[in-house]
Design a protein around this ligand. Sequence first.
Ligand code: DCP
Ligand code: MG
Length: 242
Amino acid sequence: PPARGVVQLQDVEFTYPGADDPVLSDINLTARPGGMTAIVGSTGAGKTTLLSLIPRLFDVTGGRVLLDGLDIREYDPAQLWERIGLIPQKAFLFTGTVASNLRYGNPDATDEELWRALEIAQAKDFVAEMPEGLNAPVAQGGSNVSGGQRQRLAIARALVKQAPVYLFDDSFSALDVATDARLRRALRPISAHATVIVVAQRVSTIVDADQIIVLENGRVVGTGTHDELLAGCATYVEIVQS
Ligand code: DCP
Ligand code: MG
């Protein structure tokens, strides 16, 4: 059956290798195509850890993660990775060119597809301004582009995969407010058919989410829309007011 992108976490618990205590416990959530799920919580709450379980960067130590109804441990790892576009909290680039960085994950992508991804990621203009364009060199670690540019190239790279699931780990807070807003608008056609999970800090990023999951000390302390959580989740109120 074709990939749809329904992500489910069922009674998930996770303890880092060698650690004594779980950093995530009793996590239950379902994220569906055509909607955006936002994950909020203070630093150390477990947001990055939660996202890392979906492409199996780590395996759950309790409960299970399902993609389209199937335990992710049943997938061939490469097949799972193909279906998930992860934009890490700390974006990284390889030594090479803009194009080689973008094609990581989808070697067959055409130049046109690369430009389209760059356009959505708000990275088209600065790449077009480089004399070599798509063939512009990327120095070690992306040291010749700014942090915000690196972030947007990492977003474009994930979009080139055309995955049914996208995981954005705090990808927007490093961007200025205007770029952030343009980027999120450009992502709408994608979130219309894909499953999008974003870890976010700015209220503007999360107010429109179809569901918001509030994490505190590795546990879900609230699930709902912005208005529902404002009315019923003290932790959420604290987060959005800080
Ligand atoms: N942790 C750990 N080993 C790692 C990564 C994290 O022991 N390799 C711990 C640190 C925190 C907890 O796990 O106590 C959760 O860490 P996360 O990075 O998942 O937390 P967040 O992503 O929510 O924090 P931030 O907002 O700072 O990114
Ligand atoms: Mg994090």
